[in-house]
Design a protein around this ligand. Structure first.
Ligand SMILES: Cc1ncc(COP(=O)(O)O)c(C=O)c1O
Length: 399
């Protein structure tokens, strides 16, 4: 490790984007280097600032009064995050019984959960129902049959498809059905002895266009109207996740999303009694800084490669999912004013393991130097594998 290895710098090197946090975002340095200075020990590790998680949660409750905020814990299920959010009155969205069990440890009442994965293992439905979960998402007749068999009498909500585009992390149309099918499925739910309870959608993760909620709500309105004509009134409208975090460039303020949602709700024939959102990355991404060590460097075809002990496959899988379009703010411990563009890649032999291309970092970065990647609190540790034997990052919390 070089002499400078434990001396984080303030400079955010990639790119020098205007650091003008929107008013509803905590005005903290995205790399929080002062918080990292004392952290020794083996890298890679994620430093997660729970105060920033709490501030982001409060931002949601303030921007969306009357809307239940269910944290989509899949993006960072660290128990300390769960505890902090639970302590603030936060609710949760789950995708498996493992998540349900983790929340039970924290003291969360299963009756407050939303189980929004549209297709679930039958055994998970059964265990969740026994534990007290009573609300389940679905988007097809097979899943409806599973829920009817293993959670008889449960309340079900249909996942609506949304229009593609505007989101940095592609969703590839995996989930959801169009409005006419959604209405048919909810009528079928009623016929199967289930409670035709509501609608949900997910506009796509890191959605940069608030208007996406307006379009999705218009689709929801079509379903509400059609079902009202059949005498069915829904109780839940779940506006999903997709709210963005700031990476290297500004994103629209949460207030713009709240305005789009309010306008969309105004156009509905009626507003269901329970409104919910399921933010994931918007609550935790900016609270996390990944600390990595350079394991080696190389010059290849005129480009400089910096290999870290964390890469796409043991922490930054979203680099792969987005075609390297997520640009994490980066700094390094060398702190040199002279910069050179580097390819920031991982330790494994996987040729797709690169986090970012052409990142301006200190010239002469060498083995032992540290690199700090900001906005790394979401979909990093929870996505990480151990390919080639390189371990997933551990998490240290502060705040
Ligand atoms: C059902 C559901 N809700 C919410 C989320 C959270 O999404 P985001 O992190 O984009 O807010 C996800 C993410 O995969 C999801 O599958």
């Amino acid at each position: 490790m070089s002499a400078a290895a434990d001396r984080p710098v303030r400079e955010a090197a990639d790119p020098p984007a205007p650091d003008r946090p929107a008013p509803d975002r905590p005005a903290a340095d995205p790399l929080a280097p002062d918080r990292l200075a004392g952290r020794a020990g083996p890298t890679p590790f994620l430093v997660l600032d729970l105060d920033r998680v709490a501030a982001a949660y409060r931002g949601f409750t303030a921007a969306l009064p009357g809307v239940d905020v269910h944290y989509a814990m899949k993006c960072n299920p660290d128990v300390r995050v769960l505890r902090r959010l639970h302590g603030l009155g936060g609710r949760f969205e789950i995708a498996s019984v493992a998540e349900l069990r983790a929340l039970a440890e924290v003291g969360v009442d299963p009756a407050d959960l939303l189980y929004s994965a549209p297709v679930k293992p039958a055994a998970h439905v059964a265990e969740a129902w026994r534990a007290g979960v009573w609300r389940f998402a679905f988007d097809g007749t097979e899943e409806l049959a599973t829920i009817a068999a293993h959670a008889p009498g449960a309340a079900v909500y249909v996942r609506l498809a949304t229009a593609p585009g505007g989101n940095t992390v592609p969703s590839e149309g995996k989930f959801g059905v169009p409005p006419d099918r959604a209405a048919r499925l909810l009528r079928a739910a009623r016929d199967a002895g289930l409670r035709a309870y509501g609608l949900t959608f997910h506009v796509g993760s890191q959605m940069l266009e608030p208007a996406a909620w307006g379009a999705a709500l218009a689709r929801a309105g079509t379903v509400l109207r059609e079902l009202a004509a059949a005498g069915v009134r829904l109780e839940l409208l779940d506006l999903g996740g997709g709210f963005p975090a700031r990476y290297s460039t500004d994103v629209p303020p949460l207030a713009a999303y709240a305005d789009a949602i309010a306008a969309g709700l105004d156009r509905l024939p009626y507003v269901p009694a329970t409104l919910a959102v399921e933010p994931g990355r918007a609550l935790v991404a900016e609270a996390g800084t990944m600390v990595a060590t350079v394991i080696g460097t190389a010059e290849r075809h005129g480009r400089r490669w910096v290999h870290l002990d964390v890469g796409a496959v043991n922490g930054f899988l979203e680099a792969l999912e987005t075609g390297n379009r997520l640009r994490y703010p980066v700094a390094d411990s060398r702190g040199s004013a002279r910069r050179e563009p580097v390819q920031l890649t991982g330790p494994t032999c996987d040729s797709q393991d690169t986090i970012m291309f052409d990142v301006p970092l200190s010239a002469g970065l060498a083995a032992g130097d540290r690199v700090f990647l900001g906005s790394a609190g979401a979909y990093t540790t929870s996505y990480a594998g151990a390919f080639n034997g390189f371990p997933a990052p551990r998490t240290h919390v502060v705040g």
